[in-house]
Write a protein that binds this ligand. Structure first.
Ligand SMILES: Cc1cc2nc3c(=O)[nH]c(=O)nc-3n(C[C@H](O)[C@H](O)[C@H](O)COP(=O)(O)OP(=O)(O)OC[C@H]3O[C@@H](n4cnc5c(N)ncnc54)[C@H](O)[C@@H]3O)c2cc1C
Length: 194
């Protein structure tokens, strides 16, 4: 039985480990060049809002010196997990799943995949597909009123998911809109590392 997993964030990696243990054939398709999903890309200064102990697999403790680890530590945890459970050799990095089609006369799925390195498209047939594509990174929401404002506002309007390098905002005066957890973490980072 062959299973395709779409996404190599913590969900896809965790699922791959379980399926492999159960004896299934597994391929994990990840459009990015690395694993970790959200944690490999989110904004500087992001920390885990849970405690490490709550964000770990029961058979692989998250040994963090602090209760709320940084995004770098979370990413390391996911990488260590993938290495420890030998998931890496089943990863297909830089491979974006473009389309899924149900096979016509038999059980199973046909994936259309694009190799982001070569831009070549190819098809893969599997029995089952597990979608672990996450929900945040590809769907940043900027309210329409703000988008319209870009015609009069001469500065740049970006979503927090587009802020991924510390130096990106250097020398700028920044207005942070919103007052939730992301906003507070970002404000602290911007104030402490201007
Ligand atoms: C700033 C921030 C802080 C967070 N803090 C917490 C927290 O404290 N606690 C908590 O529980 N959760 C938190 N989350 C939620 C977090 O997203 C999840 O905990 C976790 O990362 C979800 O993992 P995932 O594997 O489901 O998705 P993701 O981490 O989003 O990974 C999905 C992967 O799928 C890949 N992918 C998508 N589409 C395709 C495709 N078509 N083909 C191939 N690959 C594809 C993406 O490239 C990505 O690597 C936070 C999220 C953000 C944005």
């Amino acid at each position: 039985m062959k299973i395709a997993i779409i996404g190599a964030g913590i969900s896809g990696i965790g699922a791959a480990k379980i399926f492999l243990e159960e004896g299934y054939e597994v391929e994990v398709f990840e459009k990015a060049s690395d694993i970790g999903g959200q944690w490999s890309r989110c904004y500087p200064g992001a920390i885990l809002q849970n405690r490490a102990v709550e964000y770990s697999f029961s058979d692989f403790p998250f040994k963090s010196p602090v209760e709320n680890p940084s995004k770098e530590e979370v990413l390391k945890y996911i990488n260590d997990y993938a290495t420890h459970f030998n998931v890496r050799k089943y990863l297909r990095l830089n491979q974006e799943v473009l389309h899924l089609a149900h096979k016509q006369d038999e059980q199973g799925w046909i994936l259309e995949v694009k190799d982001r390195g070569t831009d070549k498209k190819y098809k893969v047939e599997v029995d089952y597909v597990l979608i672990a594509k996450g929900q945040f990174y590809d769907n940043p929401t900027i309210p329409e009123e703000l988008q319209k404002g870009q015609t009069v506002f001469k500065g740049q309007i970006i979503h927090s998911s587009q802020y991924n390098k510390l130096q990106q905002l250097d020398g700028n005066k920044v207005l942070v809109i919103g007052f939730g957890k992301t906003s507070l973490t970002l404000q602290l980072k911007l104030l402490n590392d201007p």
